[in-house]
Design a protein around this ligand. Structure first.
Ligand SMILES: [Ca+2]
Length: 168
């Protein structure tokens, strides 16, 4: 798969175990300024607080979540729920929220949801959410990635990512 030129940034990972079979990760970008490369971080009216990430002209990929399956759970993952709040700048601004599971050499699972599917209104935060059952054969050293992918060259912001992993 293509090379992500965005710097992969594992940010404020808070993997919590609410129960034995569900592991949740979230990111609101409120506590990362000053700690990491925050070139894709914006300050303004976030969905939560003052910070959010953006895509657009010259920024095809937004801030990327990337974590090895083994660092999420030692057990096989059967399902992933993912969500984020997005804000388009104008009617022709579009992006896709991508779930990509990658081995060292290739992409083994890839899915995406388009912002258009949520009928967003320019300037307003809209939630994108999807759930996917994973095929058999997901290995502990595979990396789970989630990011906003924008080929419209128009600004699309994102905030408040949440990802939920369900064990088999
Ligand atoms: Ca925020």
């Amino acid at each position: 798969m293509r090379t992500l030129f965005s710097i992969l940034l594992i940010i404020s990972i808070s993997v919590s175990c609410r129960n034995a079979s569900k592991h949740s990760v979230s990111q609101d970008f409120e506590n990362v300024a000053g700690w990491f490369d925050t070139s894709k971080l914006n300050k303004g009216k976030g969905h939560s607080g003052a910070y959010f990430t953006h895509t657009g002209a010259g920024v095809e990929y937004g801030q990327t979540f990337a974590l090895k399956m083994a660092d999420i759970t030692q057990n096989p993952i059967r399902r992933i729920d993912m969500g984020a709040w997005v804000r388009i700048s104008e009617p022709t601004a579009t992006a896709r929220l991508v779930l990509s599971i990658e081995s060292k050499d290739s992409t083994v699972f890839w899915q995406a949801i388009d912002t258009e599917s949520a009928s967003p209104k320019p300037g307003e935060w809209t939630r994108l959410f999807f759930t996917y059952d994973l095929p058999e054969g997901m290995l502990p050293d595979y990396t789970v990635k989630m990011f906003l992918w924008n080929r419209s060259n128009k600004t699309v912001d994102a905030d408040d990512f949440d990802i939920h992993f369900y064990e088999k």
